[in-house]
Every structure is written in C-alpha cells, then in structure tokens.
Design a protein around this ligand. Structure first.
Ligand SMILES: Nc1ncnc2c1ncn2[C@@H]1O[C@H](COP(=O)(O)OP(=O)(O)OP(=O)(O)O)[C@@H](O)[C@H]1O
Ligand SMILES: [Mg+2]
Length: 312
C-alpha cells in the first residue's frame, strides 16, 4: 500500500469551539492507483491533503490517527526527516493555485534546478529540466522565462514539472485545474492520466468537479462534513452511487442532455456544532427516525463499495 490514512481527526480551534474538519477518516491509495476525493466546499478535502503533506499548523492540529506512507507513519517523523526524505522526493504536491507559488524573481528553470539541487539529483540539471518541460508538453525554452511571462495553463504545467522533478512515486493534486479555462482543465487532467500510465505514479486528486474526476480515477471517496459518506470504484460511484449525498452530487453534474444543475438543497452543518446521527440527515430525502439519532458507519454493499447510510 502506498498510502493508508487511518481514523484521522484534524480539528481547528475557533471561538465557536473545535471545528472538526476531519473526524475519523480512512483512505487508501495503492501503487499506481489514481484515487479521487470529492465533496462540497468546506467538507475537509484540503485539510486531508495538507495533513498528508504535514502542513497542518495552528489553529489546526492532528487530534488523532495515522498516516502511513509505504508503511511508515509520517505523523511520527521529525520535521527534518519528513522534509529531507519525503516532501517532493516521495510525496509531491500541487495545490489550489500552486501555479502562483513560483517566486517571481527567478526563472522557471532556476526554480526547477533548485529542487534538483536540494534533493541531490544525480544527473545533469539542465538536461533534466529540459526533459521535465517536455514531459508536461512545454517547449523547453519556457524554462528560461519568468513566471509572469507564462499563461495560467503553462504555469500549472511548469509547476507539475517541478513537483515531479525527482520522480516521486506519489502525487497529491488538490484542485489542480481550478481557475483554468475548461479546455486547459481537460488538458491538465489528460496530462496527469498520461503521467500515471507512463510513470506508474500514484495520484490522489481532489476536486469538487465530479465530471472531471470521473474521467480519470480508478476509485473515488466522497467526503461529507469531515467523514466518508461513500467509497468505491469509478464505475460504482459514478454509475451506481448508493449514498443519497453521492446521488445528489452525481445529479449535479451538468450533462449535454440536461444543462440544469440540480444540486442538493440546504447546507452542510457547522463543523463546530455537528448534529447527532447522520450529518446528512437534514438534507436527505430518505431520512428516517434512526438517522437523526445514530451515526451510520461505513458498510460494504458490494465488493469495493462502502456506504455510510442507514438505508443499507
Ligand atoms: N485555518 C483554519 N481555521 C479554522 N478553520 C479552518 C481552517 N482551515 C480550514 N478550516 C475549516 O475546516 C473545514 C474544512 O476546510 P477545507 O479547506 O479542508 O475544505 P475543502 O473541502 O477543501 O473546501 P473547498 O472545496 O472550498 O476547497 C472548513 O469548515 C473550514 O472552515
Ligand atoms: Mg480545498
């Protein structure tokens, strides 16, 4: 197993009390697998990607749980051990707007070479940079330019090139295509797909865009109010979703037949003041008495598919 998150709880202190951004979450990514994580805004997706990258800072804290990377708990490592041995080297990250994470005063190539230097890349830096640029389908001359000279899509590609500089086996992409136009979004997704095929790299893709996700993932997890509502293969999640929340999300994918976005009525509950029982009950068209009282646990409904819902 490449990555195994076990019963993870991440809380943020706030004047309203602890905001329980993740409250007992499990997630697995196997070698060479592309896994999606989806859910509405504020459900805890970025918190999970930040925890895996060891970037949770006050007022946030890891309350409990494990994050095993190739069997080692990264939460138990010292900051230097993680920085030197894991960040970029084994776990690369592309974040929401990370294309704006380039330093304006250095060229793209200089910044890629810095990553190579930090991680003591053994080969020739210039030719490696050239290869990386080609890998993300950019003209190598672009490496000589400054970040502001690139388009949004070019910058995002260049950032992916930098993230993959020292061949990490695992990539987290948190909303890698937000703020890009639709054509560029599809191109970036296709690029990730190709990298997975050619390099066998495992990818965790986080997005609220289910249509985009359905194009690329092997399996998907649906997060709701800091808990997993459902998980399964792409086929199971996108063709036979079981959880009423997943069904609502899938129903919200605009298609050619119906361009109307139905959405799910109501809002996610306050994570600092969660109701008892199923956190989706107030918005659920199938809510029963038990739903408002007891929280449902994930149950296997089919091989590979698990659902936290009292209907099953
Ligand atoms: N620094 C912080 N202080 C307090 N609360 C926070 C902090 N960061 C995140 N939260 C809370 O944690 C919850 C989860 O946030 P997170 O950023 O993980 O959501 P998300 O699913 O990535 O949303 P989006 O789709 O909008 O990116 C939210 O309710 C948010 O308000
Ligand atoms: Mg986010």
């Amino acid at each position: 197993m490449m990555l195994s998150v076990e019963d993870l709880r991440v809380y943020f202190s706030s004047p309203r009390g602890d905001v329980k951004a993740l409250d007992g979450v499990d997630l697995q990514v196997s070698e060479g697998e592309v896994v999606g994580l989806a859910g509405e805004s504020g459900c805890g997706k970025s918190t999970l990607s930040l925890a895996i990258s060891r970037l949770i800072y006050p007022p946030g804290r890891i309350e409990s749980g494990k994050i095993l990377f190739q069997g080692n708990d990264i939460l138990k490592m010292g900051p230097n051990e993680f920085r030197a041995g894991y960040r970029w080297k084994k776990i690369a990250m592309i974040f929401q707007g990370s294309m704006n994470g380039f330093t304006p005063v250095f060229t793209i190539g200089e910044q890629i070479e810095e990553v190579l230097e930090i991680h003591q890349y053994a080969g020739d830096f210039a030719s490696r940079t050239k290869d990386l640029m080609k890998m993300v389908e950019l003209d190598p001359v672009i490496a000589e330019r400054y970040p502001h000279e690139l388009s949004g899509g070019q910058k995002q590609r260049a950032f992916i090139a930098m993230a993959l500089a020292v061949d990490p086996p695992f990539l987290i992409a948190d909303e890698p295509t937000t703020a890009l136009d639709v054509v560029t979004q599809v191109n970036i997704m296709n690029l990730l797909k190709r990298l997975r095929k050619e390099k066998g790299i495992s990818i965790l893709i986080i997005t609220h865009d289910l249509a985009l996700l359905s194009e690329i993932v092997d399996r998907a997890y649906i997060l709701y109010a800091g808990r997993m509502a459902e998980l399964g293969t792409a086929e199971q999640i996108f063709k036979e979703p079981k959880h009423p929340y997943t069904q609502g999300l899938i129903g919200s994918i605009p298609t050619l037949q119906s361009t109307k976005i139905e959405g799910i009525a109501g809002f996610m509950p306050d994570l600092a003041n969660l109701p008892p029982g199923c956190k989706f009950a107030q918005r659920c068209p199938y809510a029963m008495q038990v739903c408002g009282k007891e929280e449902p646990l994930l149950k296997e409904t089919k091989e590979g598919q698990r659902v936290a819902c009292w209907l099953y």
